[in-house]
Design a protein around this ligand. Structure first.
Ligand SMILES: C[S@@+](CC[C@H](N)C(=O)[O-])C[C@H]1O[C@@H](n2cnc3c(N)ncnc32)[C@H](O)[C@@H]1O
Length: 397
């Protein structure tokens, strides 16, 4: 246990450390495996708050585990001492930590960033980064309705409830099921996708018969969604510079029964004249921090500015390949004006033939909008954090 904790604390990804540790300790009981998992995840996540309780800048893994068990979970000191493998209990501080960074267990620079971005909401936002998000499914509307999928999943032993924002979303209730064993997944009736991410795909409003470009397609999470919305008709083009992700996209598209996805191994040229372009740009991913206990500790302050040049290039490229009258959706999964509003403002300055239009007019709840952009967050919407702008190219000139 100490060794696994030490590796996570020194920067190895918690998921990977846990995987390796469990594989080399196959003799562990079910309870033992669960305890190891909880310890690695929670010490990894709460390390800064635990350091405050211990009043030490460099506590040992065993001391951190003791502070977690006794100070945060409330296990009696004698049990916590022996479970942590300590010879004696360690004194713990009481009282609320004095800074947001310590209360929410974040690096100082990151907590300060969230205060700059979110003001009085930063505390609530950061608290929600410490609660794992729900497992959310996106129904494949080309194959089944949301209600019928919920009934089908119930018959397979999985209870769900509808999402509040995306008409395609179902949240899984109760214990984490093995979704990959379900026939309904193999039949392509749903994909696993955060509700906020579903909104980005929906904002494209792709229709059957159109030419749609997914410019940062990755492994195709949103390409599949666009293909379903287009009822597998028209032209759906997917580009990404990462060839391995595109390979996975191709496999997923054929499993989902999409025959019209065309993978581009080189960037598309302006002659494309697409009706719609989704630019789901690479970003600092601050909106996804609740997805892993230690992601926040692997970021550095320069992540806030690392992607802005490439984001500007990608959006400029999107502007070049969409037809007059067509639309670009620029999206990120981060909470950072420099990567969101500022990139869009620069684009609009350099391309006066474009204007920002209200995202999802007619169907997207007002609560998902802020200053004319989509902005959803864990604390307000229960989704991961996402930003999106819908930019329409004028027809004049
Ligand atoms: C946020 S991820 C996309 C996720 C994907 N749309 C999905 O739904 O699964 C950003 C993607 O942008 C890609 N990317 C990086 N540089 C790029 C560029 N210059 N042009 C287009 N895509 C780029 C990355 O390889 C990465 O797959």
């Amino acid at each position: 246990m100490s060794e696994a904790l030490a590796r996570v604390l020194s920067g190895d990804p918690a998921e990977r450390v846990l995987d390796r540790t469990l594989r080399s300790h196959r003799d562990l009981s079910r309870e033992g495996r669960q305890a190891l998992k909880e310890a690695v995840f929670n010490v990894g996540l709460w390390r800064r708050r635990l350091g405050f309780l211990l009043d030490s800048p460099d506590p040992s893994p065993a001391q951190l585990l003791f502070a977690l068990l006794h100070g945060l979970v409330g296990v009696p000191a004698s049990d916590a001492t022996s479970w942590a493998g300590l010879a004696a209990p360690v004194p713990l501080r009481t009282g609320t930590p004095p800074s947001l960074a310590l209360r929410a267990s974040l690096p100082d620079w990151l907590a300060e960033h969230f205060v700059r971005e979110l003001g009085t909401e930063a505390e609530d936002f950061c608290a929600h980064l410490n609660v794992p998000g729900p497992i959310t499914l996106r129904v494949n509307p080309a194959r089944i309705s949301r209600e019928a999928l919920a009934a089908r999943l119930a018959s397979e032993g999985v209870t769900t409830r509808p999402g509040a924002w995306s008409p395609l979303a179902l949240h899984v209730d109760g214990a984490r099921p093995n979704l990959y064993a379900l026939p309904s997944l193999r039949e392509g009736l749903f994909e696993v996708q955060d509700e906020g991410s579903q909104l980005l795909g929906l904002l494209v409003e792709a229709r059957p018969g159109e030419t749609v470009l997914d410019l940062c397609a990755g492994a195709g999470g949103k390409t599949l969604q666009l293909g379903a919305a287009m009822k597998d008709s028209g032209r759906l083009l997917a580009y990404d510079p990462d060839a391995e992700r595109l390979d996975r996209l191709q496999q997923r598209a054929s499993r989902a029964g999409l025959t019209r996805v065309q993978v581009l191994r080189a960037p598309p040229s302006p002659g494309l004249n697409a009706d719609r372009v989704l630019a789901d740009a690479p970003c600092s991913e601050l909106g996804s921090l609740r997805r892993g206990p230690d992601l926040r500790f692997r970021l550095t302050p320069d992540s806030l500015s690392r992607y802005t040049a490439i984001q500007r290039d990608i959006l400029a490229h999107a502007g070049d390949v969409v037809r007059p009258g067509g639309r670009v959706v620029y999206a990120t999964c981060t909470v950072n004006r420099a990567e969101n509003q500022d990139v869009v403002a620069d684009f609009l300055r350099s391309r006066p033939d474009f204007q920002a239009v209200t995202p999802g007019a007619g169907w997207l709840p007002e609560a998902c909008l802020q200053d004319g952009f989509l902005f959803v967050t864990p604390h307000r919407h229960g989704t991961d954090g996402f930003f999106a702008a819908v930019l329409e190219r004028g027809t004049a000139g």
